[in-house]
Structure formats: structure tokens, C-alpha cells
Design a binder for this molecule. Structure first.
Ligand SMILES: Cc1cc2nc3c(=O)[nH]c(=O)nc-3n(C[C@H](O)[C@H](O)[C@H](O)COP(=O)(O)OP(=O)(O)OC[C@H]3O[C@@H](n4cnc5c(N)ncnc54)[C@H](O)[C@@H]3O)c2cc1C
Length: 547
């Protein structure tokens, strides 16, 4: 079953290796495991529902808790402290587009707000209920999970938009096709969620971003139904798919989506290369991108991330052996690991591998074969479970991301990391910070940064357990603000893949401008005249008064 207050399936755990615990103690100090609120403690805090009864609406407290928050660090702090400020008043689980339309008209009649909910894996507050007088109905779309049509000739498939990643891939692979969209949240995120947040899969280099996969679909909105035919291409004015991509539930509910698929590749491999330093690694990756090599993934870690990854891996002897071997090749403490994915026909994989490894060699890279690549592949969807174990050991973890031009990568990365390093100096706390570049383009790249700090124990405002939820949240706010300001000032986008939600909303205007924001607001109003769809996310616009 899905865990109610953390990541993933609650029957699976990814324990922290001993080497990792020692590494963290050294890096930011020993921590105290917090006591989390239990589900029954949280259930006791759920208020009565404000929604009138409806056959499709469930007002059970457990379901309302399960849909109260997403997966951001503030969400975790709320859930694990048992101090969840707001809940949906009910949850609906429609199985058809017709039921979705009934829910929209019910929401209109009772003046409720609607929050579409896919996997709830948002890390920026997309699915959270904001305080307000109107009742809130969360619409969980995961029953709309079937493959509705597959055109094997044209390589397009239509799914119910609530299909989870593994279910979508299983239905395609049964016919020897794949979508190729593998965000790290793959296990518990949905096709509809990917589209409306502009999500990015780990192998977007080979398969493309979700924008390139989304061919058309069906949106049920308060103003009516929008059907987008899946043409291969069209010059019929502005592309309305672009309107849905990134719409974050503000325009309506995507019930069906047609996606561009491809046959499962004959060959795929993941390899590791170590560089003497980050600048040389970056130059090699840039060169591979600008040569348009047929690769499916490039993930280059900074020295700090490389060190952390090796410490977290837990195989101490093998890692010591590797470090010794790299030293012999003049790769020391500034070493940076690149994981290289190559996917395609036997011939294209051979070509991509040879060309990429040659480019890496030119920049001092040492190829270490497939062991680290296979380890990465094995853990690609398991590593988020480490976040549960880190929390349980007393460490809070958050990630943030941006994208910028190649010429600006080093400066921006340094500015973000410095902002985070300095963030908790006022309380004398160290912050562990590390980054990687994982979605690369010929003209630039994303920067993905992870940071950890100790969960403050026994603070004056300690809640259910022996940890101080308010102070944990305050520290997150300080760090998030410092990093976001560094991103905006340093010429990066506020988000390359996580979207806006509530957490990035204050930083959207430098990117869109006043006219752009007003146009987005107008668009929301066209689809949703009374502002019932996921208000307070993406763009701020007060609901119009009902006539
Ligand atoms: C551990 C972890 C790893 C992650 N890794 C990645 C990654 O590699 N790449 C990446 O891009 N993101 C990643 N994310 C972020 C998140 O998974 C993505 O934003 C994802 O696209 C959200 O999908 P979801 O189905 O969970 O949507 P939700 O979280 O349920 O919803 C997100 C937004 O979409 C809206 N929505 C959902 N479904 C619909 C629908 N059918 N119609 C209309 N609106 C809808 C919601 O109202 C909300 O505004 C990660 C998150 C976690 C927790």
C-alpha cells in the first residue's frame, strides 16, 4: 500500500548503510531520530466535512489524510508531525469522463473547489488544500488507468490519464512498445500528472520530455470539454497542447491522453566515467550534446555528490578499491562521476558508446565499465526510499532544480550551493549540499541540487514527538528562499521539471513578466470562469463572484 506520510510502498524499505550514517555524522553532525505522529493521531485531527453528500464523494478521514498533501519537505513535516493545517472535505475516485463531468457540475452547484490528484508526488505544493471558506473536493484519477487504444502502425497510444507509470509501461510492453518516460517518481506518479506539470524522465535525452510525447487528449473543464486531436504535426495556429502542458490542474481535468510511443529498444546499457574535476566533466558532456550523440542519459555529479553517492552505496571495500584505482589514473578528491545511458539498436548503441567514451577520454575521463551504471539502474526508483530512512535517522532532505545556458552553469551552481551552505549559519547548523546535471541540451542543462539538514530535536515548540516541527519548517523556508533567490538572480528558470504549485509561485513573475502572467490568468478564467479549479496554484487570481 502507498505510504501515507512518506515515499512509496509501505512494504518496502531502503535502510541507510552504516557507511552512510557515518558520512552524515561527519558532514553535518549526529542526529536524533524524530517520533512521527501515528495515522490514528492524525485521523483524530480531521474536521467534519463541509461537503453535502454525493454518491461519488467519499468523506472518510483516512482517504482525506491520504490526499491532504504531496511529497514536498513541508508536506512531510505536516504529515509526520500530525499538524496538517488543511484537508480536502472529500475525495472522489471517478472511473469515467462522464463521472468527472458530474463532479464538475456538483462542485459548481455546491461552490466547492476541485483539486485534480494523480499520484500526489508533487514536490511543490500542487495538490495541497489552501485555507478558505469554500469546501474542497480532491479528485483522485487513478481509477482511470486503462489503455484505451493502441495504433501500432502510427505508434500512438491513448490511456486514461490516471494511469501510474509501471501500469502504463506494462500495458505497452505487453505489445512490445514503451513510452520511455521514467521520472524518479515513476512508481507513484501518473500520465496526467506528468503532462500538466511538464515532467521530465531520467532518459529524456533519448526519449524527449513529456512535451514531445503528448500528442493530444481530452480535458473536462468547468467551461466545457476540450478535445485535442493527436495530429502528427499541425500549422493550425498556436498549439493548444502547450496550453495544457504545465497547466497544473487550473484549467480542468485531463481524462484521456494520447502519447507517442516507440518499440522497446533492442539494446540498452549504462556506464560510468570518472573525471578529474567538474569543469572537465562538464566540457565532455557539453561536447557530447553539441555533437548530438545518440545517448539516452547523461548524469554528471559534482565532487560532493560523487562522494556522497559512493558513501551511500555501502560497499566500502569496493569503493576503496575504486578510489585507489582512480588515484593511479591521477583522479583524486575532485573526482566527478558521469553515468551514461545508451539506448537503441545494437549498431546505434555501439556508435554512441564509442563516440561518447572518446569524448570523455579527451577530457581526462576514465571509463569504469557497467558496474556503477547497473547499480544506478537497479536503484533508479528505489533511491527515493532512502529519504524515508534519512528522516527516520533524523535528517531532512529536499531537492531543487533549475536550468540555464552552458555558459552560466558553473556560476549558477556555485551561487545555489553557497546560498544553501550559508542558509543555517544563524543557528550554527551545517547543510550538506550536492548537485548533478541530468537533463542536458546542446544549449544548456538543468542543475539538480539536493540538500540535507538535521531535524531540530527538543525545541521549545516540540510537537507530538521530540522534534520541533515549526523550526524544521522555518529552516526549510530559509533554505528554499535563499536558493530560489539565487536561481532567479543568477539567470536560471525557477523550475526545469517540478513545476510551480505554491512553492515556486513567488518566483514566476521574473520569468513570465506582468503581461505574461495576466495572459495566464485570463486563460484560467476562460476555462474556469468561477475559479474552482485548484485555486492558488500556478497563477494567483481571485475567483470571480458568482452571478
Ligand atoms: C521521489 C520523487 C521523485 C521525483 N522525480 C521526478 C523526476 O524525475 N522528474 C520530474 O519531472 N518530476 C519528478 N518528481 C515530481 C513529480 O513526480 C512530478 O511533478 C509528477 O509529474 C507529478 O505527477 P502526479 O501524477 O504525482 O501528479 P500530482 O502530484 O497528483 O499532481 C500534480 C499536479 O497535476 C495536477 N493533475 C494531476 N493529474 C491531473 C489530471 N489528470 N488532470 C489535470 N490535472 C492533474 C494536480 O492538480 C497538480 O496540480 C518527483 C517527485 C518525487 C516525490
Amino acid at each position: 500500500m502507498k505510504r501515507w506520510n512518506g515515499w512509496g510502498d509501505d512494504t518496502f524499505t531502503y535502510p541507510l548503510p552504516q557507511s552512510a550514517a557515518a558520512f552524515l555524522q561527519e558532514a553535518i553532525g549526529p542526529a536524533t531520530p524524530p517520533r512521527d505522529a501515528t495515522l490514528s493521531e492524525a485521523v483524530d485531527t480531521v474536521p467534519a466535512s463541509r461537503l453535502p453528500a454525493h454518491a461519488l464523494v467519499d468523506t472518510d478521514a483516512t482517504g482525506r489524510i491520504a490526499h491532504a498533501r504531496g511529497q514536498s519537505l513541508p508536506d512531510w513535516i505536516a504529515l509526520r508531525s500530525g499538524r496538517i493545517p488543511t484537508f480536502p472535505d472529500g475525495v472522489a475516485y471517478p472511473a469515467t469522463g462522464e463521472q468527472v463531468r458530474k463532479l464538475l457540475s456538483y462542485a459548481g452547484q455546491v461552490d466547492a473547489r476541485l483539486i485534480p490528484y494523480g499520484g500526489g508526488s508533487s514536490v511543490v505544493g500542487h495538490v495541497n488544500v489552501l485555507p478558505g471558506d469554500a469546501p474542497v473536493l480532491t479528485v483522485d484519477l487513478t481509477r482511470m488507468n486503462r489503455l484505451l487504444a493502441l495504433d501500432e502502425v502510427s505508434h500512438v497510444a491513448t490511456f486514461g490519464a490516471g494511469v501510474y507509470g509501471p501500469d502504463l509501461e506494462a500495458q505497452l510492453r505487453a505489445r512490445n512498445f514503451t513510452l520511455g518516460h521514467f521520472p524518479q517518481s515513476f512508481e507513484f506518479s501518473t500520465l496526467g500528472g506528468w503532462i500538466v506539470t511538464r515532467s521530465n524522465g531520467q532518459q529524456s535525452l533519448g526519449y524527449g520530455r513529456i512535451e514531445a510525447m503528448f500528442a493530444g487528449g481530452r480535458l473536462e473543464s468547468p467551461a466545457g470539454t476540450l478535445v485535442l486531436p493527436p495530429f502528427p504535426a499541425s500549422a493550425a495556429g498556436p498549439d493548444l497542447r502547450e496550453v495544457l502542458l504545465g497547466s497544473e490542474g487550473r484549467l480542468g481535468i485531463l481524462t484521456e491522453a494520447t502519447v507517442r510511443i516507440r518499440p522497446v529498444a533492442a539494446c540498452e546499457e549504462f556506464r560510468a566515467v570518472f573525471f578529474p574535476d567538474f569543469e572537465r566533466g562538464q566540457a565532455a558532456v557539453r561536447e557530447m550534446m553539441q555533437a548530438r550523440l545518440p545517448l539516452s542519459m547523461l548524469r554528471l555529479s559534482t565532487p560532493a555528490e560523487t562522494e556522497t553517492t559512493l558513501a551511500m552505496a555501502g560497499h566500502e571495500q569496493a569503493i576503496a578499491w575504486l578510489k585507489g584505482l582512480l588515484r593511479l589514473r591521477r583522479i583524486g578528491d575532485q573526482r566527478c562521476m558521469l553515468i551514461l545511458g545508451i539506448t537503441g539498436s545494437d549498431a546505434s548503441v555501439l556508435f554512441g558508446r564509442d563516440e561518447a567514451l572518446a569524448a570523455a577520454r579527451e577530457h581526462g575521463g576514465v571509463h569504469t565499465g557497467q558496474i556503477f551504471g547497473n547499480e544506478w539502474r537497479k536503484n533508479r526508483f528505489r533511491s527515493p526510499y532512502l529519504r524515508n530512512s534519512l528522516w527516520e535517522a533524523g535528517y531532512a532532505l529536499d531537492t531543487l532544480e533549475t536550468a540555464t545556458a552552458w555558459s552560466n552553469v558553473s556560476d549558477l551552481l556555485q551561487a545555489i550551493e553557497q546560498a544553501l551552505h550559508r542558509g543555517l549559519q544563524d543557528v550554527g547548523e551545517r547543510v550538506l549540499v550536492f548537485s548533478h546535471l541530468s537533463h542536458t541540451y546542446p544549449w544548456g542543462t538543468n542543475i539538480y541540487t539536493t540538500y540535507l539538514y538535521r531535524i531540530p530535536a527538543n525545541g521549545p515548540k516540540a510537537t507530538f514527538g521530540q522534534w520541533d516541527a515549526a523550526e524544521t519548517l522555518r529552516r526549510w523556508q530559509v533554505l528554499k528562499t535563499a536558493a530560489s533567490e539565487a536561481i532567479v538572480a543568477g539567470g536560471g528558470t525557477i523550475t526545469h521539471q517540478h513545476g510551480i504549485g505554491t512553492d515556486h509561485l513567488p518566483y514566476l513573475s521574473p520569468e513570465k513578466g506582468a503581461l505574461g502572467l495576466a495572459a495566464l490568468g485570463d486563460l484560467c478564467e476562460r476555462f474556469d470562469p468561477y475559479g474552482i479549479m485548484n485555486p492558488g496554484k500556478l497563477v494567483l487570481r481571485d475567483a470571480r463572484t458568482r452571478r
